[in-house]
Design a protein around this ligand. Structure first.
Ligand code: PLP
Length: 397
């Protein structure tokens, strides 16, 4: 049997590969340069062009782009009316922002457990966590696989809750043939460089509700409006505007918007390649007794943002940390997504304790995020498969 590099064998590759990387081409660069030479660096024509493009792409009626995915979650919670004393249910297997957005509004995040095979928030666990104070559900399409939207919408309808889909991973995915972004009450996107399309930074909220749309516009920009129908006092003149709520400066620049418009032109290409890589990984890892392959949700046609390698501890003699280090020795540099949110000291000090979501905690102990991005060559993909297979076979029990 081939010896892993960590035991003194030869690494599968000579150069390091990392878990994610953006893909920027000449068209992207030109799009940004064109804006820099134009009259508007912010609040210009690229903003509405991007918003229209997101609507066309998803079928949503309205899109509000903003500075990042966290700001998108914050204004979505504000538009949903989340405030002091409310509870917001979310998953612990996500980036901290999915729960922090509730805290920003003075509300309490409540963690529901995941489905142990798909890793998305489990509708049955959501039902168990609902109280009279529950105002909203922030459902994360973890790894890019759509949450079970029909069931979650039903739960929210029955319990007078707002469904906010944290779609930071979901761009390119379809649920029952419809692009995610037009189905939940609001869907948020993130355009951070590790996500499928990037603006450097950037975010968006999509909705079909005009009422929510108007609130999102207000919260994005200081709570200020120039729409006379929303004003409380008569206008003083053409310069007049009113602040009617407390909002933020969460605007996106036109450079970011132009980059995103250009990136979205490549979404189908990005999506196709990600699907190819995932299919190769799934096929190779299904043959390894010590590896569990993430289960697909039948209604989700998934563009995967993250590829999760999960160990079966009873079938492999090393733990996640040792597997992670063994991959590193092969020059396959991985990551872990995510540390359960309530493990963080900040949350601990708020009174959250380990044990709240056993399925999520078990997943955290057993998972590693493998390299997955558009620019990976076939040789890169083969080297990752070779490294995982070598280690999994060597330590199989
Ligand atoms: C990246 C991410 C966010 C935050 O997005 P930013 O653009 O980095 O602020 C929120 N939720 C999830 C699930 C994410 O992956």
């Amino acid at each position: 049997m081939e010896k892993p590099a960590i035991e003194g064998g030869t690494p599968v590759r000579e150069t390091k590969i990392f878990y994610g990387h953006q893909y920027i081409d000449d068209a992207d660069i030109q799009a940004v340069v064109d804006v820099l030479k134009s009259d508007y660096l912010t609040c210009g024509p690229k903003i509405s062009e991007l918003e229209q493009k997101l609507c066309d792409m998803t079928g949503a009626k309205y899109a509000v782009v903003c500075s990042n995915g966290t700001a998108a979650l914050h204004i979505a919670c504000l538009a949903a009316g989340v405030s002091e004393g409310d509870e917001v249910i979310t998953t612990p297997i996500t980036f901290a922002a999915s729960a922090n957005c509730a805290l920003y509004c003075g509300a309490k995040p409540v963690f529901a457990d995941i489905n142990p095979e798909t890793y998305n928030i489990a509708p049955a666990s959501v039902r168990e966590k609902i109280t009279a104070k529950t105002k909203a559900l922030v459902a994360v399409d973890y790894t890019g696989q759509s949450v079970e939207l029909d069931e979650l919408l039903q739960i929210c309808k029955e319990n007078n809750m707002v469904l906010i889909e944290d779609g930071a991973h979901v761009i390119g995915t379809k649920y029952k043939g419809k692009a995610n972004g037009s189905i939940a009450d609001m869907t948020t996107f993130s355009f951070h460089p590790v996500k499928t399309v990037t603006g450097g930074e950037g975010g968006a909220v999509l909705t079909n509700s005009k009422e929510l749309y108007q609130k999102l516009l207000l919260y994005r920009a200081h709570g200020i409006t120039r729409d006379e129908s929303l004003m409380e006092n008569p206008s003083d003149g053409p310069w007049y505007y009113e602040q009617i709520a407390l909002g933020f400066n969460y605007r996106m620049t036109d450079m970011q918007a132009a980059l995103l418009i250009s990136q979205l032109d490549k979404l189908e290409m990005f999506s196709k390649r990600r699907k190819e890589i995932v299919a190769k990984y799934d096929e190779a890892f299904a043959k390894l007794s010590g590896i569990f392959v993430q289960k697909e949700i039948a209604d989700s046609d998934t563009t995967r943002h993250l590829y999760i390698l999960r160990l079966k501890p009873e079938r492999i003699s090393i733990n996640r940390r040792q597997f992670f280090d063994a991959l590193g020795a092969e020059n396959v540099c991985c990551n872990v997504h995510y540390i359960p949110t309530y493990y963080f000291p900040y949350y601990e000090k708020l009174g959250y304790k380990k044990g709240i979501c056993p399925n999520a905690e078990k997943l955290y102990d057993e998972m590693i995020s493998l390299p997955l991005y558009y620019g990976m060559s076939d040789e890169d993909v083969e080297s990752v498969i070779a490294a995982v297979s070598k280690i999994a076979n060597y330590y199989a029990v």
